[in-house]
Design a protein around this ligand. Structure first.
Ligand SMILES: Nc1ncnc2c1ncn2[C@@H]1O[C@H](COP(=O)(O)OP(=O)(O)O)[C@@H](O)[C@H]1O
Ligand SMILES: [Mg+2]
Length: 279
């Protein structure tokens, strides 16, 4: 039974096979980040993560889905320690990046390797398009102007934005359209060459056309780095990801190849969610 076919929002015929669906029996990519027994919460309120175990494979797209409040944002914020920035927030458990204990790393070094793109595009308001993309490089101490210019162009090209902004590099980043601003933020994140890019519902503030452009660019860059994308849009998860994580009330219910999660989930709760019975 194809559960996607039961989704009222979109007929089955429109659902493409998952982007990177591996051929059956194909070897799996190496693990780049691993999470063991991750529990996290906030000063006020209930525990947000109840002991999550997860392995993220190198140069794949992993989608995290689940109803609002289930802990998706908390989970990805623990991966680059943005969680601890929230006053009173706590987390415990084991998170590793290429075998290194994330909690022992310098957060600045960690966030260079594990970048993040947020729900609302957030270009630095006082900076031009160029300066936005160059900001991470400058922060890292790069002073060679030619090298910076080269990297800015390359990053804007990777983010599929270069052609639209090459004549307004010195204009404010905030003057771009919403979709362009989000691609600018992706270019800014790519410029420091992260190993992992975390994206927290990066398209939820965008119209369908801008969303399609972001999805397209994800498919273009996914062979170059590891992407973890939170999305409330199951079609988006099916379109862009090779692996899908389903969460519910702070628990990781199921994790596996996107194709399998959407066609033969092993947990009844996953089936109920993806067939639209709740959420
Ligand atoms: N800054 C915060 N302070 C207190 N509670 C929070 C905060 N952010 C999230 N939470 C709570 O943690 C739980 C998980 O939230 P979140 O990770 O944002 O879920 P999701 O991204 O899946 O919608 C929810 O119960 C939410 O209310
Ligand atoms: Mg969230």
């Amino acid at each position: 039974m194809n559960l996607l076919a039961m989704d009222a929002e979109q007929p089955a015929a429109n659902i493409p096979p998952p982007a990177g669906a591996a051929a059956p029996g194909a070897p799996r990519r190496p693990v780049v980040m691993s999470v063991r027994g991750l529990r996290a919460g906030y000063a006020a309120g209930a525990q947000a993560l109840q002991g999550v175990d997860l392995e993220i494979r190198e140069r794949t797209v992993t989608a995290i889905i689940g109803p609002s409040g289930c802990g998706k944002s908390t989970l990805i914020r623990c991966l680059n320690r943005m969680h601890e920035v929230i006053p009173g927030a706590w987390c415990e458990g084991d998170v590793r990046l290429g075998g290194r204990d994330v909690l022992q790393l310098d957060p600045v070094v960690l966030r260079r390797e594990v970048g993040m793109v947020f729900q609302r595009p957030n270009p630095f308001p006082t900076m031009s398009v160029f300066q936005n993309v160059a900001s991470g490089l400058v922060l890292n101490g790069e002073r060679d102007r030619a090298k910076i210019a080269e990297r800015v162009e390359e990053s804007l090209r990777r983010a599929a934005l270069w052609d639209e902004v090459k004549d307004k590099l010195d204009k404010p980043g905030t003057g771009l359209s919403g979709g362009q601003q989000q691609r600018l933020c992706i270019a800014r994140a790519l410029a420091v060459e992260p190993r992992v890019l975390l994206m927290d519902e990066p398209c939820s503030a965008l119209d369908p056309l801008a969303t399609a452009r972001i999805e397209e660019l994800l498919l273009q860059i996914k062979d170059q780095l590891t992407i973890v994308i939170v999305t409330h849009n199951m079609q988006q998860a099916a379109r862009v990801s090779e692996y899908t994580v389903f969460m519910l009330m702070g628990e990781l219910v199921e994790y596996g190849e996107t194709q399998a999660i959407f066609t033969q989930p092993s947990d009844k709760r996953t089936e109920d969610y993806i067939t639209g019975r709740f959420g």
